[in-house]
Ligand binder design. Structure first.
Ligand code: PRP
Ligand code: URA
Length: 208
């Protein structure tokens, strides 16, 4: 069974208060989403398998460690894009795949419009990223799309989750680790997270 981790770190809490604030504008919202992405990456990579290597220093040989498998970031479009730069701060060599989905406003079901993945993804440490885990439909669909293409080591990285989404994702993909910066109260009648932060894609890209 994959684990569910909700980080409780003063820096993340402080940054969450910025993105939740309805008065925060696009520039600060985008910057802070990326900063949370960086902080979450620092914590999540703790769990990654390492290999020992010998490094020749000016004074001898040092036993060092490197992350064993390549890291691939898969943002769920659009809002997942907001975290990619922040993850690249700590893992600059990570390749990026894209899964394009939007929620049908009435049914809340995800509609797929784009999938493009790097060929190394099947054995990589894969980070599926989307700041919002609401009903869970988008994350479930994106992860199923990866599994159909033989992708194996999948982690889901969100920022704000609803209990409904966590439960649905765990049931659909029990092997996937779920990492969040906050677990909120519930969904409202329109499928938005309460208290949440509103429409993340619109706030990131200024489309409302
Ligand atoms: C939002 C968000 C997630 C999805 C979460 O995307 O970025 O992808 O909703 O909701 P769910 O857990 O109920 O599926 P949206 O459909 O608004 O598309 P956008 O990112 O292009 O704005
Ligand atoms: N998508 C968002 O952007 N926000 C929510 O609260 C739910 C889904």
């Amino acid at each position: 069974m994959g684990k569910v981790v909700v980080f409780d770190h003063p820096l993340m809490s402080q940054k969450l208060s910025i993105i939740r604030d309805e008065k925060t504008g696009t520039k600060d919202f985008r910057q802070t989403i990326n900063e949370i992405g960086t902080l979450m990456t620092y914590e999540i990579t703790r769990d990654m398998e390492t290999i020992e290597i010998d490094v020749k220093t000016p004074c001898g040989i040092a036993k060092c460690k490197q992350i064993k498998k390549e890291v691939v970031i898969v943002p769920i479009l659009r809002a997942g894009l907001g975290m990619v730069e922040g993850i690249h701060v700590l893992v600059p060599t990570a390749k990026v795949g894209h899964v394009g989905l939007y929620r049908n406003e009435k049914t809340l079901q995800p509609v797929e419009y784009y999938v493009k993945l790097p060929s190394c993804i099947t054995d990589a440490n894969v980070l599926v990223v989307d700041p919002m885990l609401a009903t869970g439909g988008s994350a479930i669909h994106a992860i199923s799309a990866l599994k159909k293409r033989n992708v194996k080591n999948i982690n889901f990285i969100g920022i704000v989750g609803a209990p409904e989404g966590v439960k649905a994702l765990q049931e659909a993909h029990p092997d996937v680790n779920i990492y969040l910066a906050a677990l909120d109260e519930k969904l409202n009648e329109k499928g938005y997270i309460v208290p949440g932060l509103g429409d993340c894609g619109d706030r990131l890209f200024g489309t409302k």
